[in-house]
Design a protein around this ligand. Structure first.
Ligand code: IMP
Ligand code: MG
Length: 173
């Protein structure tokens, strides 16, 4: 397998700082909850919240399953629920990539119906709008990319390459 650099670590960090500033502007100093969808968003999430100035935020996690290798199964399952009460709070849902939109649509509906937050915004590092299967847009987007399978900075290829510090394209050999 060959990896081709797609977005460098430096470019990612610049973008993360920009997104953190925009989220800070939206949240002010409110007691908002930053939620990461595990596992793909964990690297992005940890960099993002460390760039935020709001010291009243809390962090929580949920996990979903929807992919088998590089293919979407079309079925989204919540495999780990939130551990905190987010009733009446502002929430920013952080995800590595918005692809078909099925995962985030499912999580959004689930959080709104079950957990009663005041508001939920979506922050994604990457957006692949050409592959969308449902109508959904993120509120904070890092990079808009082509319909290509990318890895690194949290994104996996059969569970590997999450620890790559930059984002790469996989070139099959
Ligand atoms: P969606 O439900 O199709 O929007 O996909 C969201 C999830 O699919 C993400 O959380 C990723 O785990 C995974 N995913 C989508 N595209 C890619 C990719 O290019 N590389 C790695 N994972 C991806
Ligand atoms: Mg994945």
């Amino acid at each position: 397998m060959k990896l081709k650099t797609y977005i460098t670590a430096e470019k990612i960090q610049e973008k993360v700082a920009e997104l953190a500033a925009r989220i800070d502007e939206y949240l002010g100093d409110s007691e908002a909850v930053m939620i990461a969808n595990l596992k793909g968003s964990v690297i992005f999430f940890s960099d993002l919240i460390r760039q935020m100035k709001n010291m009243n935020i809390t962090a929580d996690f949920l996990s979903t399953e929807s992919y088998a290798g590089t293919e979407h199964t079309g079925i989204v399952k919540i495999t780990r629920d939130l551990s905190m009460d987010i009733t009446g709070k502002k929430v920013v849902l952080v995800e590595d990539i918005l692809d078909t939109g099925l995962t985030l649509e499912h999580i959004m509906r689930y959080i709104r119906d079950i957990h009663n937050p005041e508001d939920v915004k979506i922050c994604v590092l990457l957006d692949k709008p050409s592959n969308r299967r449902v109508e959904l847009a993120a509120d904070f987007v890092g990079f808009t990319i082509e319909n290509e399978f990318v890895v690194g900075y949290g994104l996996d290829y059969y569970e590997k390459l999450r620890n790559l510090p930059y984002i790469a394209l996989v070139e099959e050999q």
